[in-house]
Ligand binder design. Structure first.
Ligand code: FAD
Length: 310
């Protein structure tokens, strides 16, 4: 109930405008978002890199409605890739197609994404296309398979979501292509004919896809904070004699930092997804929806902090 309410709130533009101006909400967001500027994102990268953890930067913003917003997002990604190189930081970028204007002008969107992919390749980096709601799955995978993967090979990758019923088939097809895949559970509100409504099925599908990717995939990214799945991945890889250098774990900025550090100490590759920018409202609401206990946790830590100050 609370989860559905938080996901509904994440999609309300008027509430977003109101909340983004609110100082308390900005403080809450800072747990999960590196900051509003690219410099704050690079500062977060430096801290992670110093702990041996790599990153992928995400400029927050999706479903843009004006062509100028899509162009501005493209330009900021290009500048971010330049800055990552100048800072000698270990980071990729993650891009959403609706932020590049997929809903406004698909042709321009493809050109913008190609420009970012080319810059990532030229800077020795990598671009991941994030996966959005199921209305975009087919278009995203088509663009990836027909345009991006043939042109940019291993310097681009895509995301699959284990809550979708189609994903096992997509895993097979993308493995056959040799594509780089990030596997996550999926963060959007979906209908039961498209996505498994029962979390046990989402997790079981994750494990089935994960095993296939570890055995036959091209440097898969295991994106989860689920300790049971992480333990399964480690044990499966060990049994199949798959070296830790052949895959990586990925987690979100500010989520289960303890697990991030433990995995790193154990010698696994760990990459953290670092969001930045002023469009943080829907992202924050999705993180709260994933774990409604976060609402109480974040409010509690804010109250404790303000009591200490007074
Ligand atoms: C690197 C990365 C990239 C992602 N990219 C995408 C994408 O492109 N498209 C997409 O739809 N989704 C994406 N996601 C989000 C993903 O789909 C899930 O919504 C999210 O990761 C929560 O699922 P989980 O696998 O951690 O498992 P869950 O079963 O949701 O959680 C397992 C445990 O992890 C911890 N946990 C999970 N979430 C939180 C949180 N917000 N705060 C605190 N603790 C938490 C809790 O201890 C929880 O019990 C991404 C996730 C990661 C880590």
């Amino acid at each position: 109930m609370l989860r559905a309410g938080l996901l509904w709130l994440s999609e309300q533009p008027h509430i977003s405008r109101f909340v983004r101006r609110n100082g308390l909400a900005q403080k809450l967001a800072s747990r999960f978002v590196a900051g509003e500027t690219v410099d704050s994102a690079v500062a977060a990268l430096r801290q992670l890199n110093a702990a041996g953890i790599t990153a992928t930067l995400d400029l927050l913003g999706e479903s843009v409605r004006h062509a100028a917003e899509a162009r501005a997002a493209r330009d900021l990604y290009l500048a971010t890739l330049d800055l990552i190189e100048r800072a000698h930081a270990q980071s990729h970028v993650s891009v959403k197609l609706t932020q590049m204007g997929l809903d406004i002008d698909e042709g321009a969107c493809v050109e913008y994404v190609r420009a970012i992919a080319a810059r990532a390749r030229d800077r020795g980096s990598f671009m991941r296309i994030d996966m959005e709601g199921s209305a975009y799955t087919e278009r995203t995978l088509r663009l990836f398979k027909q345009r991006l993967h043939p042109e940019f090979g291993d310097t681009v990758g895509v995301v699959l979501q284990s809550y979708l019923r189609r994903t096992e088939q997509d895993v097979r097809e993308l493995i056959a292509l040799g594509a780089r895949i990030r596997l996550c559970k999926g963060a959007y509100k979906e209908a039961p004919d498209i996505a498994f409504p029962d979390k046990r099925d989402v997790d079981a599908n994750y494990i089935a896809c994960l095993e296939r990717l570890l055995e036959r995939g091209n440097y898969p990214a295991i994106a989860t904070h689920d300790e049971r799945i992480i333990a399964h991945a480690k044990a499966f890889a060990q049994r199949q004699e798959i070296l830790p250098s052949r895959y990586e774990f990925q987690m979100l900025y500010g989520v289960r930092r303890d697990v991030q550090q433990t995995l790193r100490r154990e010698g696994y590759n760990v990459r953290v997804y670092v969001p930045f920018g002023d469009q943080w409202y829907p992202y924050l609401m999705r993180r709260l929806a994933e774990r409604p206990a976060n609402v109480a946790f974040l409010l509690g830590s804010l109250i404790r902090e303000s009591l200490r100050r007074n």
